[in-house]
Design a protein around this ligand. Sequence first.
Ligand SMILES: Cc1cc2nc3c(=O)[nH]c(=O)nc-3n(C[C@H](O)[C@H](O)[C@H](O)COP(=O)(O)OP(=O)(O)OC[C@H]3O[C@@H](n4cnc5c(N)ncnc54)[C@H](O)[C@@H]3O)c2cc1C
Length: 468
Amino acid sequence: MTGDPAGKTVTVVGGGVAGLAAGCALAEAGYRVQLLERRPYVGGRASSYEHPGTGEVIDNCQHILLGCCTNLIDLYKRIGSEGEIFWSSTIHFIEPGGRQSTLQPSSLPAPLHTSSSFLGAKCFTLSDKITIARGIEGFLRHTPPDSEENFAQWLARHRQTPRTIQRFWYPVLASALNEDPEYISVRYAAKVFREAFLYSAEAGKMGIPLVPLSELYGKAVPYIESRGGSVHLRASVEAVQQVNGRWILTAGEQQFESDAVVLALPFEALAKLMPALPCNEASRDLSENLEQFGHSPITSVHLWFDRQITDLTHAALLDTTIQWLYNKSKLQGQVTSDGGHAIELVISASKALVRMERQQIIDLALKELQEFFPVVREAKLIKAAVTKEVRATYSIRPMLDSIRPGSQSPWPGIYLAGDWIATGWPSTMESGVRSGYMAAEAVANAFGHAASFVVPDLPPSGLMRLFP
Ligand SMILES: Cc1cc2nc3c(=O)[nH]c(=O)nc-3n(C[C@H](O)[C@H](O)[C@H](O)COP(=O)(O)OP(=O)(O)OC[C@H]3O[C@@H](n4cnc5c(N)ncnc54)[C@H](O)[C@@H]3O)c2cc1C
C-alpha cells in the first residue's frame, strides 16, 4: 500500500461477509471505517441466532467452504477465526440401508487424486463410473465460457443417466450451487467441479465451522473498532445524498458523513435503496439488471436426539429429500443442557419444501433419516427446528455474468460489493469476501493509493497444470 489514507472516512453499508471484508481491509489500510448494519448482529446470510422455539443457538444454515476459498480463508486469518474451521478431505456418500462409500484423495497427482476411492465407491455401479468419467472428461481440459446452455442440457449432451445425476452430480454440484441443473450456468458447474475435484486435494478439502457463524464473523467487529473504525447495528440506511463532494447517509435518526461509500448489500436490498440514490443513465441500467436476478431457497432441519445417531461429522445422503447431514454436536463438541445431540440436515434448492408445513418437514426428515441410521427409530427426538431461507442465494443461471456489475457504481465515490457482483464466483461466502476486497481496492485506488487485497486462486497441481 502506498500513499496516506489518513483522514479519509469510508462508510460500509451491510455487515454481511462482503461488508465485513471491505471494512476489515480498509481499516487495516488506515481508513476510518463506519460500518452500518440493519440487523442487531453481523454476518448477514451467514449468521447464527437463538432460535425462539428451542432456546438453542443455531446457524441460519450450515455453511461450508472449500480449500480453494482463498479470500474467505484470508479473512478468517485476518480476524483470527482460522482455527475455528474443521477441515476434512473425505466425503461420505450413504445409501438408504446404510452402506457407505467414501471419496478421499490419495497420493496420486491431480486430477487422479480421488480416482482410487471413486473406483472403489460401492454407491456407483461400473456402468455409473464409466458414465461419470465421461462427464468428468468434459470438464477436464477447460472451464467453458458462459453460454445459453444450462447444466441439465450439458449433462444430457454428455449422456449422463438419471441415476448418475441423482447420485453424483446433484449431491455434488446442485448442492454447492444451490440450484436445479436446469438453472445452472455450465461455466459455474465446471468452475466448482474443477476446484473441488480436479485441481488439487488442497483446493477440494471441505471446511466446516466449529463455532456458530455469528461467533466466527463477530470477530470482525473488534478488528474494525481496534483500528479506529465503528460498527453501528440496527442502522438501516434509508437515504443517500451527496453534499459538497461528501456522501451523507441517513439511518433512522442518525446521519453518517464520509468521503466514500461501499454498498455491500444483496441485490434486492440495493434495488430497494435505488429510489433513494441519484438517478442517471447508468443507474437506470443497473436497476433493469437487478430485476433479472432471482433467488433460490435452502431449508435446514435441526434435530436434537437423546443420543448420538452417527459418528460421522458430515455425509451426503443419497436418493433422498434430505441431502446433507452435519453432526453439529460432534463438530461443536456440545450436548445441550437437556442432553440433546444436534444434527442438521441441509436441503438445497428446496423449492418443494418452502410450501410445506414445519411438522410435515420434520416428519419427512425423521422418516428418511431412519433409512440411513436405524438407531433413529429408538432415539428420542428432544426438539426440532426448521429454517427456510427463501432468499438464500441468487440463481447462477446461464449468461448471468453479462449483467453482474463490477465494484464501480453509477455514482462517483460509491462502490458496490456483495456476493452477486462480478467476482467470477457463484453465490458463496468466498464471492462475498472477494467482492468486499475488490471494493476496498477500488476505494483505495480512487484516493490514489495502490492497494491489493484480493488473494489469488490456488494454482492447479499435478497434471492439472496442463489444463489451468
Ligand atoms: C441458508 C443458506 C445457506 C448457505 N450455504 C452456504 C455455504 O454452505 N457456503 C457458502 O459459501 N455460502 C453459503 N450461502 C451463501 C452465503 O451465505 C452468501 O453468499 C454470503 O453470506 C453473502 O454475503 P453478502 O455480504 O454478500 O450478503 P448478505 O449476507 O446478505 O449481507 C448483506 C447485509 O446487508 C444488510 N442490509 C440490507 N439492507 C440494509 C440497509 N438498508 N442498511 C444497512 N444494512 C442493510 C443485511 O441485513 C445483511 O446483513 C448460504 C446462504 C444461505 C442463506
